[in-house]
Design a protein around this ligand. Structure first.
Ligand code: DQQ
Length: 573
């Protein structure tokens, strides 16, 4: 029976094209997988030690992150019944440092007609008087997507353990008059106050291939009226899931609260593109008079536009942390293993390490950096300085627990003569990485880190830089190459890539990687581009893991500075 179920699931995966190479169909119910128990004998080499995950089962989008009375709250999409998507509720954990987490009972679960078929994604808004409120998508008996409100039962409980739903739910719903597509109407954002003192919220949607942010307005947070125009839309981008709309300061790294507007801020609109499962954003302005968002001139919207992360990272959401005056980004990282392997290990999905985000000095993109609290887990620093890496060098960084580590390295390049010419048709960095990235020998690079490497180098993941030249300028390509990450053939080993907006002549090229058993989060050039990868080594496990610095290029590069730390295990759930 069990093997029949597995075959059946493989067949479904094949049918829907969501097997090992794609994100699992987010709204497809795997009825065959209802088991709630983990096999005792199964080893768990891929569970993470400091990334957020519950003890078992499926998780996806982070929901309603906030800070309330000094306690951080994370809710997330969760299947209480298995390691595949389905039966979705809002699970809930709290923390005082965003690193160690304590679990609570599910906060929001199907209980009303307006959410009886699922409690999907949504966001928290802190209303005047320090009163949190959650708007979320419910799936009603007709399987229509509608928006609901829930508020804490007891505001004196800083853990906000119980939530009550508005008897007026749903507060926003598709009707024959408003022409909203009832299967494309979901994921309300944190609301903000407009200049007229009324609340605004956007909901992700589409009309044909036009992605759009439908806007609603309210005086009291209960009666919501649809605004006669969307906040923004873009043709050819498909369904917008989990939109996020927030201001960023024009200068400095401090975050600003969601309702702030004015000359000292720009606005960011992030959308999760259902068609490609990537989170894209633009920087622009919120035109208060017209009540619309206008991306900066020259912004690219959709698939070719800026991404938070050029690897696996989806359905992300920010919140303003008034305690530390920063804007913090959460994002879901799904598995790259097969559904069969997920069921075997009994869980699927983790949350990325929260990132502080701010506007780059250029004003053109965001910078992302792991929250400073992660450094509390660092121990036993290993250092290297001024080390020249000649052509073909491979140096092991010894003395760290390489399966659970934080590495920061800076490279200086002096001689660019051998940089390859970047052909005009080489526009897609991911393609370029898979063709000319990490494993290419010659030119300036690739150089970088080999992580989660087995001692015999039969398995490794490489994160690297290669420098190209075009019209007198140098272009830096950052790659995360998973092609040799595991001897298991059933994983998605796609190579990821991003161009880095830096001048390697005037500055060192820096790379930071957070390594945690089955996840590698890499930050190029102090957070200008991020790439997250999931990998499942079969040999590079536990103590049998190595960390290396390498240079595959013909030109020497110098490690100006390297710091590597073993990371302690966090207390998570
Ligand atoms: N996940 C939720 C939806 C959202 C999607 C359902 C994005 O609300 O659109 O679990 O991953």
């Amino acid at each position: 029976m069990a093997s029949f179920s597995l075959c059946f699931i493989s067949f479904l995966c094949f049918l829907f094209g969501h097997g090992v190479l794609q994100l699992q169909a987010s709204h497809h119910v795997y009825r065959a997988q209802l088991s709630n128990s983990l096999p005792h004998h199964y080893q768990q080499p891929y569970r993470t030690s400091y990334h957020f995950q519950p003890p078992k089962n499926w998780i996806n989008d982070p929901n309603g992150p906030m800070i309330y009375k000094g306690i951080y709250h994370l809710f997330y999409q969760y299947n209480p019944k298995g390691a595949v998507w389905g039966n979705i509720v809002w699970a809930h954990s709290t923390s005082t440092d965003l690193i160690n987490w304590e679990p609570h009972d599910h906060a929001i679960y199907p209980s009303q007609p307006s959410d009886i078929n699922g409690c999907w994604s949504g966001s928290a808004t802190i209303l005047p008087g320090d009163k949190p409120a959650i708007l979320y998508t419910g799936i009603n008996p007709k399987n229509q997507q509608v928006q609901n409100l829930a508020v804490p039962k007891n505001l004196s409980d800083p853990y906000l353990r119980e939530w009550v739903k508005s008897p007026k739910n749903p507060l926003m719903a598709p009707t024959p008059q408003n022409h909203i597509n009832s299967s494309s109407f979901r994921d309300p954002t944190t609301a903000w106050l407009g200049p007229d003192g009324e609340w605004r919220v956007i909901i992700g949607s589409k009309i044909n291939a036009r992605g759009l942010a439908i806007m609603y307005q309210s005086k009291d947070f209960v009666k919501w009226d649809q605004v006669d125009h969307p906040l923004h839309y873009a043709d050819g981008t498909g369904m917008w899931e989990c939109p996020d709309f927030f201001p960023v300061a024009k200068t400095g790294r401090k975050g600003v609260d969601t309702s702030v507007s004015g000359g000292h801020v720009k606005h960011v609109l992030k959308v999760s593109l259902d068609d490609t499962k990537h989170d894209h954003y633009t920087v622009g302005n919120y035109d208060l008079e017209k009540d619309i968002y206008v991306p900066n001139k020259g912004s690219i919207e959709g698939y070719m536009g800026l991404r938070y992360d050029y690897g696996k990272y989806y359905a992300s959401k920010t919140f303003y942390d008034g305690q530390k005056k920063r804007r913090v980004l959460w994002g879901w990282v799904n598995e790259s293993s097969s559904v069969e392997d997920d069921i075997k290990k009994g869980w699927s999905g983790i949350q990325a390490i929260p990132r502080t985000i701010w506007l780059d000095a250029s004003g053109k993109q965001l910078i992302q950096w792991p929250i400073e609290e992660i450094q509390k887990l660092r121990k036993d620093k290993v250092k290297l300085t001024n080390k020249v890496l000649k052509k073909g060098s491979l140096i092991e960084v010894k003395g760290v627990t390489a399966a659970q580590a934080d590495v920061e390295v800076s490279f200086k390049v002096k001689n660019f003569k051998k940089a390859q010419i970047l052909k005009p048709e080489w526009k897609d960095p991911q393609l370029l990485c898979s063709q000319k990235g990490a494993t290419t020998k010659g030119g300036v690079g690739s150089f970088g880190l080999l992580v989660l490497a087995s001692k015999d180098l039969k398995e490794y993941t490489s994160i690297s830089f290669t420098i190209f030249k075009r019209q007198g300028k140098y272009i830096v390509l950052m790659c995360s190459d998973q092609s040799r990450s595991s001897l298991n053939p059933n994983n998605d080993k796609t190579t990821y890539g991003a161009f880095l907006n830096v001048d390697p002549v005037s500055e060192d090229l820096s790379l930071r990687s957070l390594i945690d058993h089955s996840v590698v989060e890499s930050f190029g050039s102090k957070g200008k581009a991020c790439i997250t990868a999931r990998v499942y080594p079969t040999l590079a496990i536990g103590d049998n893991v190595g960390l290396y610095v390498f240079n595959n290029g013909t030109e020497s590069v110098t490690i100006t500075k390297l710091g590597a730390w073993s990371l302690k295990k966090a207390q998570i759930n």
